[in-house]
Each structure stands twice: as C-alpha cells, then as structure tokens.
Design a protein around this ligand. Structure first.
Ligand code: MRU
Length: 351
C-alpha cells in the first residue's frame, strides 16, 4: 500500500473522507462527504479522480444514501426506489470511466440480494462498498506484480496522467507496476508526463512517487518523443478509464499520442487495468463516451489566464488508443495479448 489513504470510511461520521486531489501537491487537505450529493460533487469536481477511485467513492456514496433512507423504507424494493436519485445522480457525474457504472451495478445487485429489513440492506451496501475498496487494493497489487515481471532490470518507465494510489484504493494500476518494479529492483526511474490540462502527472504522480522515494522526473507532454528518440525510455505503462471488447483503450487525453510515439520507436506500450475497467458491452473505442470538461481547465493555469478572452478552446478529457498500438493489457487475472477480443473475453470468463 502507499503511505496515504486516498479514500477512507469513517464510521463515527458516517462519511467518506477523500484527499482533495485538486489541492495537491501544495496542500494535503481532506474533504468529508457525508451525503451522496457531496460524493457526487467530489467526483464531478475531481476532488477524487481516476477510474477505480471514482468507482469506490460512488459505492460509498450509495451506501451513505441507503443508510440515510433505510428508516423511511418499508422493504428492500421500497429502499431501491428511494435510492433511484442517488443511483442516477452518481452515474451522471463522469461518463468515461466504466468503473463508476460497474460499481453502481454491483451495489444494485447486492441490494436486490438482501432479504432482511431495509436497515440490514443498508448495512449490506456499506459492506459491499468496503469489499469493492479492499478488492481494488488486492487487484492492483496482483497487476503490479504481473506488470513488473514484464520489465527488464533497470527499466526507465514513462507514464501519462496519474494511475497511482490516488486514482485507486491506494496502490495504483500503472504506478502499481512501478511500485512492484521498484521493490524488485527492476525500475531505474519513472518519467512522468505532466499531463495538461489538469496536470495529474506533474502534481499527483510526482507527489506520490517522490514521497515514497521512487525516483521520478517530470517532463512536459511534448518531451516524450525527444526522450524516446534518444533511447532514454524502455517501456510505457498507463492506466485506463475503459477498455472496449476489442482492446481499444480510453485513457487521459494525450495517451494516444504517447502510444503512437512508442510504436514509432519500437517500445512496448502496456496498459494496466483491473477487469472492472474492461467493458465487453462496448464493442470498440468508437462507442466509448468521451467527457468534455470546462474550458477553464485549458484557458487558465490556476488563476492566470493563458488564452485570450473570447477565444474558443477544446477540452476532451480522454482519447482512445487503438488496440493495434497496445502491446499487452495487464489485469489482475493475467496479461491479455492480441487478439484482445479473445484474450479479454477469456479473462473475464474466469470471474
Ligand atoms: O480525469 P482523470 O484524472 O479521472 O483521469 C484519470 C485517468 O485517465 C487514469 O489514467 C485512469 O483513470 C486510470 S486510474 C488507475
């Protein structure tokens, strides 16, 4: 586990406590979300971000709603009706990370399987949220070990965005691979793309690796090709927000460009993602909804305006890397190789 707790349940406050990722690295402050609406706001405003962390937080949000509504419900179907606003409100926060919908669906299944009174069903939902959080850490550790085994000794690893402890229950997907590789002596250092416009690489990846003593160097996004051309990158590992059935991968905007560069330089391009990020119901990347975020993320850097007032900008938060550019997809159940339609389906059948 990493040395910080990105998402923590507090029984006494019946609330989830989130490290405010908007404030890192300058300030380590925490946001207490005690209603499902506060959890939804925290996801939408990126207090908490990263596909698995969004799913875990949404599960806690739903558990909070159930604990709040249980007293007024006659039975479990009545409680489910009372929770519809929470289900749809949480689902409407961010469209691309499939872990959000996966976690909410899992919570709904658990609710329907509860036979006791509404108060017991609400307690079951809290248990399920705890299980989702704990399983995420175990999955990331397994992925980390499988991914590290793919890397030669002394690897200089390039990553994009933050797919670390902050983006998960605490270990990370792509950074889980880096953590495991560091423990086993295979990692020389991580090159972290700064990841405009929200700077998850510069702010978050650098923060969590540096505080654990894992060597990290931040580069601006337009430097990746330069370092690859000079032979100073051995492999790329990124996370994912959704993997389509054919192996196309949606991840933070800029990932596609890194994959093209890796391909041009003959470097392996690995995606580390738990099976909860694999969406067999989405046939290809073309069907993955891409979130468009506020203009302000592009027009401003903090309070400073970078783009002249009145000039239009674009801000797609994710892009799609076609499966043909992906060397392998590392999941907690094993490493999928092309053709992904077969290998991913086989891994998901194992569950
Ligand atoms: O917009 P964000 O910061 O939520 O985007 C996060 C990413 O793109 C991550 O790479 C992805 O969610 C994987 S996190 C383990």
């Amino acid at each position: 586990m990493s040395a910080f707790r990105p998402i923590e349940w507090r029984d006494a406050e019946r609330a989830v406590v989130l490290i405010d990722q908007r404030r890192l690295p300058e300030n380590e402050v925490y946001v207490i979300a005690a209603t499902w609406e506060q959890v939804a706001d925290a996801i939408r405003e990126m207090v908490v971000r990263g596909a698995p962390a969004i799913g875990i937080s949404a599960a806690y949000g739903l558990a909070i709603a159930a604990l709040d509504r249980a007293a007024g419900a006659h039975d479990v179907p009545d409680l489910e009706r009372a929770l519809e606003a929470a289900f749809s409100g949480l689902a409407a926060t961010r469209p691309t990370a499939v872990n959000l919908f996966w976690a909410l669906e899992r919570m709904r299944r658990r609710l329907r399987a509860c036979e006791g009174p509404p108060a017991e069903a609400a307690a079951c939902l809290l248990e399920e949220a705890h299980a989702i959080a704990a399983e995420d850490v175990a999955m990331c550790e397994a992925m980390g070990d499988l991914g590290a085994a793919l890397l030669p000794e002394g690897t200089r690893l390039l990553t994009h965005c933050n797919a670390g402890g902050l983006a998960t229950g605490g270990y990370g997907t792509a950074l889980g691979v880096a953590r495991s590789a560091w423990k086993t002596g295979r990692l020389r250092h991580v090159l972290a793309d700064e990841t405009r416009p929200f700077l998850q690489g510069a702010r978050l990846t650098a923060w969590e690796l540096h505080r654990e003593g894992i060597p990290v160097r931040v580069i601006t996004d337009n430097m990746a090709g330069h370092f690859m051309q000079r032979g100073e990158v051995d492999a790329v590992v990124v996370g994912a927000d959704r993997v389509a059935a054919n192996g196309d991968v949606a991840n933070k905007i800029g990932t596609y460009a890194v994959a093209v560069l890796a391909h041009a330089h003959g470097l392996p391009f690995y995606v580390a993602a738990p099976t909860s990020t694999v969406d067999l119901a989405t046939p290809t990347g073309a069907e993955i909804p891409i979130e468009r975020r506020h203009d302000r993320e592009v027009t401003h850097l903090g309070d400073r305006r970078l783009v002249p007032a009145g000039v239009a900008v674009e801000n797609p938060a994710f892009d799609v890397t076609p499966a043909r550019l992906v060397t392998a997809i590392i999941t907690e159940r094993g490493v999928a190789r092309p053709p992904y339609a077969d290998s991913l389906a086989a891994l998901l059948r194992q569950g």
